[in-house]
Design a protein around this ligand. Structure first.
Ligand code: HEM
Length: 504
């Protein structure tokens, strides 16, 4: 082909692309403001992927609290008014579907393809296994497993100072103990040192593989893995499937009710063993990917805010007793005790307000009218996606929280020490003032177990170890921005701490 012909072809392609943006989608009367970006089809995909929080905050300034953007061929309407979230959360799933996108991600990230099932029924079934009477047996198992990982490990429990990344310490401890609690132990005797050592070794293997997978999961979710990364990703998954095979899981002691119930649910759906194993990895991610990062941020904020640290330690000492406990006593923390920690709860709420950034997403299944409580009405088009991003509002909204970017440990405490729940926007009290656990069908079914687990881990770490930042003037690390939309954010870089067992 001659240069002239090539140039002609290029000009034609550019003209067609420009034409596509002109004849492509236009805002119809009654629809939210539409922002297609400058690049045909791709739209705002690059800016959105780079830093969703900043991009959406800028869009909110430009268009208000509801707008539609184009990103990689998809049109997504963002609603950022927390007073209106209920309208989306409780709309019928014949109009706004939660399941389709969730299934797409399950396939992209974990190769899980399940037969049709009712996600609401599944959640109801599994919710019971993580709540009510199962909560205290889960807390007890978590307590034993945390103890094994933190206090029975000869590499951790010596009197000399050790240095480690705080993120690594928290994520590995929580994931390993959380995994053992839900997926079971290597043997029946908790007090057998060889069983404990096997539990530590096996859970470490799981964590190491999982951590490698986690580094590639966001790209997998966005289908942006390079060919080389895809190969590595597939190999790690294969190793994890080996470790989590249902045959191996069947032989484990003290599997949780949740685990057995989920497995039976898959069997009832007619899912074969290979797909069951894949689903076990998906669930490892669903259940273990958030609590470790949450413990990291919480401890980091405490280390940077001495008054908060003193308040939390004082409360823990008063409620759980002195640190001179034996293993048996440490496990006797009943649910009642675990729930009497208003200061800790405020610190946790504040930590999650600052670091939890899940999207709440729905597919629009039919052309429909979205009626907001303030009487605004918007037409939505079939095939688009509707998305809430509570991180931008309410969580980081300066109209709701004074200096929203700052950690204030008592933000969720009233002056009489009770939990503060009244926050306002536009003069009206908010139902949703922070949403780290999602809401509606997207709500976390493991919330109460997660809170117990986080509390137990922080309690053990602060009671039994001297823990300090290696460099006390360490700045708060930035977020790994590709994780917006997927739960608790990770830090861009780890923070080195020193720790050693306290002299009891
Ligand atoms: C700080 C810790 C945690 C946070 C912030 C958190 C948050 C969330 C959120 C936002 C969702 C909804 C996801 C969606 O449907 O879009 C979710 C789902 C879920 N969470 Fe948690 N979670 C945490 C810890 C845990 C723990 C420790 C468990 C352990 C049992 C757990 C179990 C689950 C399960 C089973 C689901 C349902 C996944 C599904 O829909 O299939 N979570 N969590």
């Amino acid at each position: 082909m001659s240069w002239a012909a090539l140039l002609g072809l290029l000009v034609l392609l550019v003209a067609l692309a420009l034409l596509a943006t002109r004849v492509g989608r236009w805002r119809r009367p009654g629809e939210p403001p539409l922002d297609k970006g400058l690049i045909p089809w791709l739209g705002h995909a690059l800016d959105f992927g780079k830093d969703a929080a900043m991009f959406l905050s800028d869009m909110r300034k430009k268009h208000g609290d509801i707008f539609t953007i184009q990103a990689a061929g998809k049109f997504i309407t963002f609603l950022l008014d927390p007073h209106s979230y209920d309208v989306v959360l409780w709309e019928s799933d014949s109009k706004l579907d939660f399941n389709r996108y969730a299934r797409l991600l399950m396939d992209r990230m974990f190769d899980v393809r399940l037969p049709d099932y009712d996600p609401k029924e599944e959640k109801t079934l599994l919710r019971m296994t993580l709540q009510n009477q199962n909560l205290s047996s889960l807390a007890k198992a978590m307590s034993f497993n945390l103890w094994n990982i933190l206090l029975s490990d000869p590499s951790k429990n010596g009197p000399q100072w050790k240095e480690e990344g705080l993120f690594h310490l928290c994520y590995s401890t929580m994931l390993r103990a959380g995994y053992l609690t839900l997926y079971g132990n290597e043997g029946k005797d908790y007090n057998d040192a060889s069983v404990q050592a096997k539990d530590r070794a096996h859970s470490m293997e799981i964590y190491n593989e999982f951590y490698k997978l986690d580094q590639l999961l966001m790209k997998a979710a966005r289908s942006t893995l390079s060919a080389g990364e895809k190969k590595t990703f597939d190999n790690i998954k294969r190793d994890l499937w080996e470790l989590l095979s249902v045959k191996r899981l069947d032989c484990r002691a003290y599997r949780s009710v949740w685990m057995d119930c989920y497995k039976q649910h898959l069997v009832d759906l007619g899912v074969d063993e290979e797909m069951q194993t894949r689903a076990m990895l998906l669930q490892l991610w669903s259940t273990q990917s958030n609590a470790g990062p949450a413990v990291f941020w919480l401890l980091f904020f405490l280390l940077k805010h001495p008054s908060a640290m003193v308040a939390v330690q004082g409360e823990m000492q008063a409620i759980f007793g002195s640190r001179k406990q034996t293993i048996g006593q440490a496990h006797e923390m009943n649910q009642e005790k675990l729930e009497k920690t208003p200061i800790f709860d405020s610190v946790l709420n504040e930590t999650l307000r600052l670091t939890a950034a899940p999207f709440i997403s729905r597919e629009v299944l039919q052309d429909m009218l979205l009626r907001l409580p303030d009487c605004r009405e918007y037409h939505l088009r079939k095939g688009d996606r509707l998305c809430l991003f509570p991180y931008v509002s309410p969580q980081m909204d300066p109209e709701i929280y004074e200096e929203p970017e700052k950690f204030k440990y008592n933000r969720f405490l009233n002056s009489d020490g009770t939990e503060k729940t009244d926050f306002y926007k536009g003069g009206r009290k908010l139902k949703y003032y922070t949403m780290p656990w999602g809401a509606g069908i997207n709500v976390c079914i493991g919330k109460f177990h997660a809170v117990n687990s986080i509390k137990l881990c922080v309690f053990l770490l602060l009671s039994y170890f001297d823990l300090e930042l290696k460099h006390p003037d360490t700045k708060i690390p930035g977020f790994d921005k590709e994780r917006y939309g997927f739960g608790i954010l990770h830090p861009e870089t780890d923070v080195v701490v020193r720790y050693k067992l306290k002299d009891l």
